[in-house]
Design a protein around this ligand. Sequence first.
Ligand SMILES: Nc1nc2c(ncn2[C@@H]2O[C@H](COP(=O)(O)OP(=O)(O)OP(=O)(O)O)[C@@H](O)[C@H]2O)c(=O)[nH]1
Ligand SMILES: [Mg+2]
Length: 416
Amino acid sequence: MLLGLVGKPSVGKSTFFKAATLADVEIASYPFTTIKANHGVGYVKVDCIDKEFNTQCMPNHGFCINHQRFVPVDLMDVAGLVPGASEGKGLGNQFLDELRQADVFIYLIDASGTTDENGKLTKDYDPCRDIEFLDDELDKWYFNLLGKVWRTFARKTEIEDLNFAEAVAKQFSGLKVKEDDVKDVLRKIGFSGKPSLWNEKQIMQFASMLRKTSKPMIIAANKCDMENAKENIEKMKKKFPDYIIIPCSADSELALREASKHGLIEYIPGERDFAPNQVPSRSERGLREGVPSGEGKINESKINQKQQEALDKIKKNVLDIFGDTGVQKILNTAVFEILGYLAIFPAGAHKLADSKGNILPDCFLLPPGSTALDFAYFLHTDFGKNFIKAIDARSKKALGKDYKLKNRDALEIVTR
Ligand SMILES: Nc1nc2c(ncn2[C@@H]2O[C@H](COP(=O)(O)OP(=O)(O)OP(=O)(O)O)[C@@H](O)[C@H]2O)c(=O)[nH]1
Ligand SMILES: [Mg+2]
């Protein structure tokens, strides 16, 4: 699964990417800092099932803190997109081709209204305009890809009497267009007449709807830590009631994750608070080292005053107002709510460890509608071919091949 970050220059795409992946990427306040795409691994957060089984998991991939399991997902950060990109403005939109395989787009918007449409510093810019032009440029990107081959392609499907939806899905499989998506779009637009005879406006409408279906999106209303952001977010929500808009401060999340990485604080991504990570007080150290202390407890925080002030600001301007920094919520909403993926734990009905003794080593993300048999095939083709039943590790009940998986299922696959 691939999550693609798109947005105009200087909105914080690379900051979001870095906060989510902790990869070393360039971040700067001037437009077009990123030219070459960044690829990395971020994580979605799942309530780990280890707690229910009274144990501690040992993940092969990702990690688990306080029974919160962080499952890897691929993220991509690309160059900034400006209005007129389809006509070659800015860096054009060719770089979007790298995002053809994206399953979902995260639109980064500068909710503070302090960057103009080209990513330059300004005042009182209306962020709603960014949503409009991004939609427009992405539609044009699809239109250009479809339009180039449309007449020849459509005529061929008509002459050869092919199933149109299937043919479209095949032709544009590089865009992750699925047959059901095409059917859905065709039903909604209800054009009569042969597709080879559609006019430009009709092809554009089709391209736009196909884009929205095959690349659903979520809006990260970034820089929510800044003045005016809250008002602007309300405005965006009012103007685009059908869009999922989540306030976000990528910069704050980055600061928290880095502080946590360096042992300054204890912070679990997505939480509404963090705690100072204190070195043992002198009295504790004294006791441990067998030296009588005689002193009261002295808290020696590792955090210096400047760091403390920055953390206080994050708490006051972001966490206390919005509940979290938004980064983790955006990744989770994209994967579990928009795409409807399911987190599934392979687990023996009577043994949670694998052959090496690792407890609940895996948690996999499966597409919506997956069945027990799909899960078996996902694990190994031989498991699929030789499938007898699945066993629910919680209830120990047997489940047939058509059993529809539920989020956080723990299953053993029994084979012949
Ligand atoms: N206040 C605030 N500033 C932020 C936030 N996120 C990013 N920034 C700042 O915005 C500027 C641009 O950030 P980048 O991450 O480089 O933006 P980008 O979208 O990747 O920009 P391009 O690569 O040029 O397209 C930097 O100065 C960041 O520090 C945030 O949540 N709050
Ligand atoms: Mg960048």
